[in-house]
Design a binder for this molecule. Structure first.
Ligand code: DON
Length: 309
């Protein structure tokens, strides 16, 4: 069993180490609404499969889901379509930045994985529903179902900001359409922008991620959220592709599956043990939270989390 006071002490120390790094990063500004974030914020939340919880810092601050949404969209799409989700894309790490288009051209519009933007846009297009509102709304309902019925509203200002400036993502969608890989590029990309603009907190993200650490069953309610095989796929892809071109550094320093987003969130999953949510909007050069990376490194050392021994 997890000792709650020992866990809290380790989380507090990891939070201090992360918070000390905030000044070294920069908030994302290519989506104008994200540039308003306070770079000094930092929150760290842990939930264990056996019922313990520990938190430190800004765990109640609201942020947008951004790329961490890709994990939950994939779960929702797999529940609707099964492994057919992977008909049009691969399950290989890309080694490229999240919005890279180069390899998509080399590979005839077939995304390397569902966590780079191209693959995530393809998944968004596959979500149940007709319109972007319905598709993203279904994902919001899926999240509410996991998280005690709580609402997961879209930040409409972030959505508008992303939609007004997201030409690169539209290029990815149009490129995939050119190769006949997706049906409706506009619908897929607007759904993607809405799903990235869903709001949550680090506290809720840790709660949401618990089923991923427990073979697809939420340990709080006992509800099965995704099939066991689907859960394994989602989590394995986090390990291989969750931090884009920094995934190797993360494997060496932290050693657990994780997914990051440009709002500064990182969700890490330790199979059989816990989920960890970090939120710190100051980002390092690869677009990952600098405080989050540091705190997770400390947590991994303190709790012996690395899966690689
Ligand atoms: O598509 C984008 O650029 C953003 N909505 C999400 C990118 C993102 O979070 C990448 N993660 N580090």
């Amino acid at each position: 069993m997890t000792n709650p006071s020992e866990l809290q002490a380790i989380v507090d120390a990891a939070h201090r180490a992360g918070a000390a790094e905030c000044g070294k990063g920069r908030v994302a500004s290519y989506i104008p609404a994200l540039a308003e974030a306070d770079p000094a914020q930092f929150g760290l939340a842990v939930r264990t499969v056996d019922g313990a919880a520990a938190e430190a810092g800004d765990v109640g601050r609201t942020f947008t889901f951004q790329s961490v949404s890709k994990v939950f969209a994939l779960c929702h799409a797999l529940a609707a379509h099964g492994a057919g989700v992977f008909d049009g894309m691969s399950v290989e790490p890309s080694g490229d930045a999240f919005h890279s288009i180069v390899r998509l051209e080399e590979e005839q519009g077939r995304p390397r994985n569902p966590y780079i933007n191209a693959g995530a846009i393809m998944v968004s297009g596959l979500l149940p529903g007709e319109t972007p509102d319905e598709k993203a709304g279904g994902l919001q309902a899926f999240l509410s179902g996991i998280c005690d019925g709580e609402a997961f509203p879209v930040d409409e200002a972030v959505y508008r900001s992303e939609s007004a400036t997201g030409y690169r993502n539209r290029a990815l969608a149009n490129f995939m359409k050119h190769y006949g890989r997706i049906e409706d590029p506009r619908r897929a990309v607007e759904t993607y922008f809405r799903q990235c603009s869903i709001t949550l907190t680090a506290r809720r993200l840790a709660r949401l991620g618990l089923f991923l650490a427990n073979r697809g069953v939420d340990p709080v309610t006992g509800d099965r959220i995704v099939a066991e095989g689907a859960n394994r796929t989602v989590v394995a892809l986090m390990a291989m592709c969750g931090l884009y071109d920094e995934v190797g550094r993360f494997a060496v320093n932290v050693g657990v599956p994780a997914k990051s987003g440009v709002s500064g969130a990182i969700l890490a999953v330790v199979p059989g043990r816990m989920s960890i949510a970090a939120f710190g909007p100051a980002l390092g050069p690869k677009g990952n939270s600098i405080a989050g990376m540091t705190a997770l490194t400390h947590l991994s050392e303190g709790l012996g989390l690395s899966l690689w021994g």
